[in-house]
Write a protein that binds this ligand. Structure first.
Ligand SMILES: O=C(O)CCC(=O)C(=O)O
Length: 206
């Protein structure tokens, strides 16, 4: 889908558009109601087979500071942090959330990465979602459940350019266009926000 069609579709679905250099961002803080998001948080924590992936950092292998899982269509194989991930099947909850997201965005997603931040000590370091199987200008849709956490972005060439928001429970953030080429993002640790949070990033693996 081209960007202007995606923009129209997301505005119709009550997303707010943020103008950033070399990228495209839309946010809907109340995409899923607070009550439903709280119910999904419990189901996602309980019914997911969480693993703690090992990540490579400065030549060392260390356990990632969060738990993760990968679900999707059988052929949506994704290499992430140097590891090949074969997806587990869609669960009823993940299928429901995907369907709501697909009707709001008009985009078909064939996979989802789940991240479980158990408390404020868990985090995600600076990175770009720019693996080759995502294609050149991927649409990544991120939905959050549970604790509000700060999400930060930085332009990789013009490092003084920043963008940040607090992602609330039930929020949906869509990154598209050249965002993954020009912007890196992270979810820093937090001293004050210690409750559990699950984030789902829906993707299209080619
Ligand atoms: O938890 C978040 O909001 C960020 C997740 C993320 O950066 C990713 O899945 O690539």
């Amino acid at each position: 889908m081209n960007l202007s069609r995606l923009n129209k579709q997301l505005r119709l679905s009550n997303f707010e558009c943020y103008e950033i250099e070399n990228g495209a961002l839309w946010l809907h803080q109340h995409f899923i109601s607070a009550a439903l998001a709280a119910a999904y948080l419990d189901v996602l924590i309980r019914d997911t087979r969480w693993v703690q992936p090992v990540i490579r950092m400065g030549g060392r292998q260390i356990p990632s500071p969060r738990l993760a899982a990968w679900h999707g269509d059988a052929d949506a194989i994704y290499t992430y942090s140097g590891f090949k991930n074969t997806p587990a099947a869609w669960t009823p909850a993940l299928g429901e959330i995907r369907d709501v997201l697909q009707s709001a965005t008009g985009i078909r997603f064939n996979s989802v990465l789940l991240n479980f931040y158990r408390n404020g000590e868990d985090s995600m370091g600076w990175h770009r979602d720019n693996e080759p199987e995502l294609g050149q200008n991927p649409v990544i849709a991120s939905i959050s459940f549970g604790e509000t956490r700060r999400f930060r972005m930085q332009h990789v060439k013009r490092k003084q350019l920043h963008w940040a928001t607090d992602l609330e429970s039930g929020s949906a953030l869509v990154m598209a266009g050249q965002t993954q080429q020009y912007w890196r993002h992270c979810l820093p640790k937090s001293k004050s926000r210690n409750l559990s949070r699950v984030n789902l990033t829906f993707r299209q693996i080619h």
